[in-house]
Structures are given as C-alpha cells and as structure tokens.
Ligand binder design. Structure first.
Ligand SMILES: C[C@](O)(CO)[C@H](O)COP(=O)(O)OP(=O)(O)OC[C@H]1O[C@@H](n2ccc(N)nc2=O)[C@H](O)[C@@H]1O
Ligand SMILES: Nc1ncnc2c1ncn2[C@@H]1O[C@H](COP(=O)(O)OP(=O)(O)OP(=O)(O)O)[C@@H](O)[C@H]1O
Length: 293
C-alpha cells in the first residue's frame, strides 16, 4: 500500500531515522556477554516510515509483509507488546512498516523502528510513560534502542544506553551499503580483546572529532572476515577516510558538498546502495516524546 492509501485508511505516519556511529571503541567484555563501548551516535535523515492505526480490538498486528522478518520477531511488534501493559486492555494497533534503511547495516534501522513505535504508541494509547521510563523499556529490545528514544546526538557508554547529549557539527555524509550484511552478535563474538581499552573522557573530546583520529574497533574484524565488504570499503576509502558504522556492514565518509556525494554515489560498485544524507540535531518526533507536540 502507498502512503496516501494508508492515510486514507486512517493510518498516521511516523518517521524512524537511522544513525551513524562517528567512532566506536570497545572497552571490555562484561560478564553478561555484552561489551562496554564508547561511541558518538549521530542521527541522519535516512528514514523508515511507520504507519500506525489504533483500534479497540486489543490486538497488535503488522499489516506490511517482510520476507526476512517474521511478524513475531519484528522489533516494532515486540515494542508494541512491551508497551501494551501500560495501555487500556482494549488498545490495539495495526502497524505498516515501509523499510528504507538497509537491514543489518549498522544503521540501527530495526532499533529505530522499535523506538518510534514506543514513542508513537505511548502518545496514541495515552500510556503517559516518561522519556526515562521509555528508555528503560527500550533497553529490553536492544542496546541501540534507548538512544532513539533519547532523541539527540549522544555520547554513549555502557552497552550504549548511558547517554549524554553531544553536539556534533552540521555535516553531510555519503553512506554506502554493501549487499552482504553482518550479524552484530557474530562481530562482537569474533573480537579478540587482549586487554581493556582506556576509556576516553567526554570533556575535550569534541576537538578530536576529526575522521582521521576516529576508529571503529569492530571494523578491522569485519574487513578481515568479509572480503566482499572489504572491497567496498577500499573503494569508498579512496575518496576520503571511510568508516564503518556500528557492527557494519555500511560505511560512510564526510562530504564537503551534497553534489560531491552524488557524484561519488553514481560511481559506486555494483550491488551496493548509496545514500547522501544530512546529520540531524534531533529525532523528528522529539517533541511528541516530550509530550509537547
Ligand atoms: C554496535 C552497535 O550498533 C553500536 O551502535 C550497537 O551496540 C548494537 O546494538 P543492537 O543492534 O541494538 O544490539 P543488540 O540487539 O542489543 O545485541 C546484539 C548482540 O550484539 C552483542 N553486543 C551488542 C551491543 C554491545 N554493546 N555489546 C555486545 O556484545 C551481543 O552479543 C548481543 O547479543
Ligand atoms: N523492523 C525491523 N527492521 C529491521 N530489522 C529488524 C526489524 N525487526 C527485527 N529485525 C532484526 O534485527 C536485525 C538487525 O536489524 P538492524 O537493521 O537494526 O541492524 P543494524 O542495522 O545492524 O543496526 P545496529 O546498529 O542496531 O546493529 C535484522 O537483521 C533483523 O533480523
């Protein structure tokens, strides 16, 4: 179904933005198997679209079809079920997801879909959870989800859930998505950590936000393991310092202009996707989440 058709049928549209990790340091491995990290999350204007229509049936249904994600595994649907106990018993919703953000790309698409579902349904079902309460609920869905509820570019620690607002400079990026994707869990599992990394301090860090000084500790392992992905990295890296986002497999470079990005994207390797994007300051539904929209 097209957006206008969905709206004619009573659906409301919400946006789920992607993110980049401007750098990512893995500090150490925790006893629960997760890793403590330090990262800067940057929201970008690449979106999935969520269409939501509430009803009084008490049922939560996904009305879009996605061949590679079962409805019950969909983080968006899981988010709705997680919020349901805070709503009236008869509160239900039909959710149609239009995916644009490549899956398994390190762009946080699934996490952002889930966060947008929480933000939207908290308002539509009148659950009245605070931002802090939503962030706590979000963490049950994945390490990246609380950030999208936080809704501002952030310095993140812990497993990614300890968030401090972090001002980034206005910047356009070119994001390239290889055809091959990688599993976040497998990338973390194959990390060979010999000793703890010394944590950085947020104070004074912004001066170091030069792509040349920034690394993603997960990048080396992915490039070593996946030759096809490494070829895409090498291609992008000839134009500027290419960097992987999250656990991959997408890479990005900073641009000096949108035109430059478009020209490079036109030459991209076969079977890859290219997106010229802008950094955002805030989540598009930041005000809705704060209850002021
Ligand atoms: C790498 C990042 O994309 C950086 O933004 C995120 O930390 C990943 O977040 P996510 O996709 O929401 O990850 P989750 O779904 O919570 O975790 C998937 C798997 O990745 C590993 N994982 C994830 C995050 C983290 N800080 N340490 C980990 O070791 C765990 O094995 C976990 O089982
Ligand atoms: N609505 C959804 N959209 C995308 N993926 C989903 C969704 N629901 C569940 N998933 C599952 O989550 C996995 C990871 O999705 P996602 O796109 O968030 O990962 P990612 O881009 O690597 O981001 P991250 O930076 O969080 O690791 C997918 O491979 C898919 O199996």
């Amino acid at each position: 179904m097209q957006a206008n058709e969905l709206k004619e049928n009573g659906y409301q549209e919400f946006l789920a933005p992607a993110k980049l990790n401007l750098f990512l340091h893995v500090i150490n491995k925790r006893l629960d198997g997760y890793h403590n990290i330090q990262t800067v999350f940057q929201l970008i204007d690449l979106y999935d679209n969520l269409f939501i229509k509430t009803n009084e049936s008490g049922l939560i249904r996904r009305t879009s079809h996605h061949a590679n994600i079962q409805e019950s595994d969909d983080l968006t649907i899981k988010a709705a079920h997680l919020l349901k106990p805070f709503a009236n018993k008869q509160s239900g919703a039909d959710i149609f997801i239009k995916k644009t953000i490549p899956m398994g790309g390190g762009l946080g698409g699934g996490s952002s879909d889930a966060a947008t579902a929480l933000i939207a349904l908290n308002a539509l079902w009148d659950c009245q959870l605070t931002q802090q309460e939503l962030q706590e609920l979000a963490l049950k869905l994945g390490a990246d989800v609380p950030f999208f509820i936080f809704g501002q570019n952030a310095w993140a620690e812990g497993i990614g859930e300890k968030l401090t607002p972090f001002q980034t400079k206005p910047q356009d990026y070119l994001v390239i998505a290889p055809r091959e994707t990688v599993s976040t869990r497998e990338v973390f599992e194959s990390l060979e950590l010999t000793k703890d990394r010394i944590p950085l301090k947020i104070a004074g860090f912004s001066n170091e936000l030069d792509p040349k000084n920034l690394v993603n500790d997960l990048e080396k392992g992915v490039l070593k393991e996946f030759k096809g992905i490494a070829l895409v990295f090498d291609w992008l890296n000839q134009f500027s310092h290419a960097k992987m986002t999250g656990s991959g497999s997408c890479f990005f470079i900073s641009l000096s202009s949108v035109d430059e990005g478009k020209k490079i994207a036109e030459k991209r390797p076969e079977h890859t996707l290219g997106f010229v994007v802008k950094g955002l300051n805030n989540h598009p539904h930041f005000n809705l989440m704060l209850g002021t929209e």
